[in-house]
Design a protein around this ligand. Sequence first.
Ligand SMILES: [Fe+2]
Length: 165
Amino acid sequence: MAELTKLESKLAEVLGLSMAAQGATDKVRGMLDDDEAEHAETLERMKQEAAETEERCVGLADDLDGKKTAILESARETKGEATEMMETYLEGEDEALDGFEFLTMAEAGEVGHWSIVQAMSEKAGDTRFRELAEWALPIQRRHFDQALETSLEIAREEDPNEVES
Ligand SMILES: [Fe+2]
């Protein structure tokens, strides 16, 4: 299998995270109560944007001669690790607040990883990576803001003095 540069393996990581993000939005959507259904739209948009991110990352991998298979393999590994982390974190939890807390962490992770892709692509002087990172970063920052804002919205609806069930 072709060896990956540091920048290429970072591409594999953000690709894997975008794959896992699609599963995470579905998972959290399934945790919404009827009176929280308004948040389904936010999750659906996040999912669609994660799917578009996946497509664009695969598109770039396609352009990297002979590297695509190795990038996809490494991305699937990242996806598996991120999904496992989600399952551990949310095991036994069924409240949407727990789901959005997880998404806040996951989206912060995506912002961090894309920032690294951007920094490395600038140093490498590679326009294809840099343009992809410049497209993805504002979207990931918005995902993080939305996950945090939705967490806070749900938290404010809770009775802080209620005994935890
Ligand atoms: Fe995201």
